[in-house]
Design a protein around this ligand. Structure first.
Ligand SMILES: Cc1ncc(COP(=O)(O)O)c(C=O)c1O
Length: 363
């Protein structure tokens, strides 16, 4: 299976090297500046000589800050080299040959499917329903569960659609996990950028529930590579700490100090980011609506998933790149080639230019 997003990333790098200026809407690499207080604390940490190996679980002070936020113990928190690395570690730790995994479709974790297959694990994709705000059909999912089902993996808010699981379906998923002893990896990467607040009750007491989070998106710190996981499963926590130890040993202390500062100033920083993305989204949706393009209003920034025609997404993505605009086709998230994900990680002027060209190509 090819990784279409990796291909597009590579193409963009080549074009930029040859001097082209690309409007980059294919990944979610926030363009917002990192808050000055965050930068200052990273620099201060380096000046203080915090340049040594540290705990493979992550700095206690950062784990404590996250534990307060999620109302749990710092023993249940592990900091990782971005949540991508933690996700990889989790899959390595949880799955054995012959296990079965359920992943909704579309879903960001599509990149894991080939890896999971190497382990002779069977992956079942469960389609999300566009007409129901891309929610998961729980009965369909239940029908895919067998005695070998070990893991369900879901992002909420969902990448690429930006929609939520309804509270009711989230509760049902958590109940399935608890009752059937199936691990549920709940990737909350975009929760910091939720535009419409939804009250979520997360079953952190369930030893099969694992929450993933990151500083990459809302705090615009992807290059700091600070992600975290929360789980009350002591055995799993030990395995992930060991995974960190053998792969990276530890995260740099200065990036973790920066993350602590981010949490201290969370409300202010995130509100600013949400306001900016919200304005971009409004102007983008106006263009799409005016051109009668099908989309579902995302409840979390910073991207829109739009319908571009049956089996047209990759073709359109390659046409756009010739016009110096990069987007991500839905084949990066599913077997469907009908949608593109457009990130709102550039200013309104560039978004307008890109969407106008996209609409023109769809006429
Ligand atoms: C749903 C989701 N989870 C995790 C990540 C990766 O986050 P990190 O930068 O912490 O590895 C992404 C990045 O695109 C994402 O979309």
């Amino acid at each position: 299976m090819k990784d279409v997003l990796a291909e597009i990333c590579e193409k963009v790098i080549q074009l930029e090297k040859s001097g082209q200026r690309i409007i980059k809407l294919h990944t979610v690499d926030p363009d917002l500046p990192v808050d000055k207080k965050i930068i200052t604390s990273a620099i201060q940490s380096l000046k203080n000589g915090e340049t040594h190996y540290s705990s493979s679980a992550g700095l206690l002070e950062l784990r404590k800050s996250l534990a307060r936020k999620y109302n749990t113990s710092s023993d249940n928190v592990v900091i990782g080299n971005g949540s991508r690395s933690l996700l990889y570690g989790l899959v390595q730790s949880i799955l054995d040959n012959g296990d079965e995994v359920i992943i909704p479709e579309p879903e960001w974790a599509h990149f894991l499917v080939p890896f999971i297959k190497q382990k002779s694990v069977t992956v079942f994709r469960v389609p999300r329903d566009e007409t129901k705000s891309w929610d998961i059909d729980i009965n369909y999912l239940k029908n895919k569960i067998t005695s070998r089902t070990k893991l369900i993996l879901v992002s909420d808010p969902n990448n690429p659609t930006g929609t939520f699981l309804s509270s009711q379906r989230l509760q049902k998923l958590q109940k399935i996990s608890r009752k059937r002893h199936i691990y549920l990896i709940y990737d909350s990467a975009y929760s910091t950028l939720e535009l419409a607040k939804q009250k979520k009750i997360l079953d952190l007491k369930n030893p099969f529930f694992i929450l993933l989070g990151t500083f990459s998106k809302g705090f615009a710190m992807p290059g700091f590579r600070v992600g975290y996981l929360i789980s009350e499963n002591k055995h799993l926590i030990d395995q992930i700490i060991n995974f960190n130890y053998v792969t990276i040993q530890c995260l740099p202390e200065f990036t973790q100090k920066a993350a602590i500062t981010a949490l201290k100033n969370e409300e202010n920083i995130l509100q600013k980011a949400r306001n900016i993305y919200s304005k971009r989204l409004d102007s983008a949706l106006k263009i799409l609506a005016k051109n009668h393009i099908r989309f579902v209003r995302p409840k979390a920034a910073p991207f829109i998933y739009l319908y571009v025609g049956k089996n047209k997404a990759e073709e359109l993505a390659y046409i756009l790149i010739k016009n110096n605009i990069s987007v991500c086709p839905s084949t990066a998230f599913s077997n469907c080639d009908d949608y593109i994900r457009v990130s709102l990680t550039v200013g309104t002027k560039a978004i307008t230019k890109a969407l106008t060209l996209i609409c023109k190509n769809l006429k």
